[in-house]
Write a protein that binds this ligand. Structure first.
Ligand SMILES: [Zn+2]
Ligand SMILES: [Zn+2]
Length: 351
């Protein structure tokens, strides 16, 4: 019986990875396809990838696989062969190679069986996430932009849409993907005969959304292959006009990759054009919001006077204040207007 999980301490594993001299390639991939026995599939894949010294995290569910892994360079060809052979649905699956990555983010392989690869809250047994819409490559996306019969639908969060989106794309203003699916169906009720083009950051959400629209009786459903990341990469590579305006928001230090020079968002404090997200410097707040350099200087990187004042207090007092505060909104929603000092911190009611 092979060992199907690691038995060495986390620290030891991390030290081993850091001591490696061979470069690693970080790659992500996902695929919706039906897996009868996710546990058995997981075990076979685990044995096979462990032999190749692959690290990372992989989720397997009845609806498919979602993975981000790092592979030693010398094993990359073997990795591809093994992955493509592991299931007919994974043959030639698109691998997204992370260019700006040193391959040091993983030091162990975690392969988990989950209920879903993307949580969707759908309770309908007859929904088949592998019955997805048609893929659009960059040049096809551009043709669709010019097609008056096509409706672009952004399947990301409001703060992602705010700093960048395709021209005239519809925003589905919900806080979670679960709420977004039924909301998109409602919003598009009148457009049932149109071409529905869905997109998200890397493709995994809009692909499921496209399957859901088909499930709900929409006939012409498309989605941007590989999401905004792949669209921008291909459009630039092929010298096509880039129809995505602004920034593609990503959760790393950069808080977004600039796709076009357009700045379509505004500072949440003064309203000047700006699309730089930041977290409030007050750790007791840490609100995600957009702040221009002028306001950053004026508020010391804080979201409000209150946070700025609080940040100057002795640590003990800061902690005491935090303890009594409920954890409220952590992401500023522009539909609530500009930020003002009492926005998200409860203050005593006025007379
Ligand atoms: Zn400002
Ligand atoms: Zn704050």
């Amino acid at each position: 019986m092979p060992v199907l999980h690691n038995r060495i301490s986390n620290e030891e594993l991390k030290a081993r990875m850091l001591a490696e001299t061979e470069p690693r390639t970080t790659v992500s991939f996902y695929k919706y396809f039906h897996i009868d026995d996710p546990k058995a599939f997981r075990d076979v894949l685990y044995v096979c990838l462990t032999k190749l010294n692959v690290f990372g995290r992989i989720y397997v569910a009845k609806e498919g696989i979602n993975a981000q892994v790092s592979v030693p360079e010398s094993q990359f060809a073997a990795f591809k062969t093994a992955l493509f052979a592991s299931h007919p649905a994974l043959d030639q699956v698109r691998l997204n190679i992370a260019l700006e990555d040193d391959g040091k983010s993983f030091w162990v392989l975690r392969l988990k069986v989950r209920e879903r690869i993307v949580a969707d809250g759908i309770d309908d047994e007859s929904f088949d996430p592998s019955n997805v819409g048609q893929y659009l490559k960059a040049e096809q996306v551009n043709a669709m932009i010019d097609d008056p019969d096509a409706v672009f639908v952004d399947m990301r969060n409001h703060y992602e849409y705010e700093v960048g989106h395709f021209d005239q794309a519809l925003e589905v203003p919900s806080d979670t993907f679960r709420d977004q699916l039924p909301m998109a169906v409602d919003m598009l009720e009148e457009d049932k005969d149109k071409k529905i083009v869905m997109y998200c950051t890397g493709g995994i959400r809009c692909e499921k959304a496209s399957a859901y629209m088909l499930h709900k009786g929409f006939k012409n459903v498309y989605h941007v292959e590989g999401g905004i990341i792949e669209y921008a990469r291909r459009a630039k590579e092929q010298g096509l006009p880039v129809k995505f305006k602004g920034k593609n928001f990503v959760f790393d230090e950069r808080m977004g990759e600039r796709i076009s020079e357009d700045v379509i968002a505004h500072c949440h404090q003064c309203g000047e054009p700006c699309d730089d997200h930041t977290n409030c410097k007050n750790d007791g707040c840490h609100l995600l919001f957009i702040q221009c350099p002028t306001c950053a200087a004026k508020f010391g990187g804080c979201c409000s006077d209150i946070c700025q004042t609080e940040l100057k207090l002795p640590r003990e007092e800061q902690r005491a204040l935090r303890a009594g505060r409920e954890n409220g909104i952590k992401i500023f929603n522009k539909s609530k207007g500009l930020l003002h000092s009492t926005m998200h911190i409860p203050v005593p009611e006025k007379e």
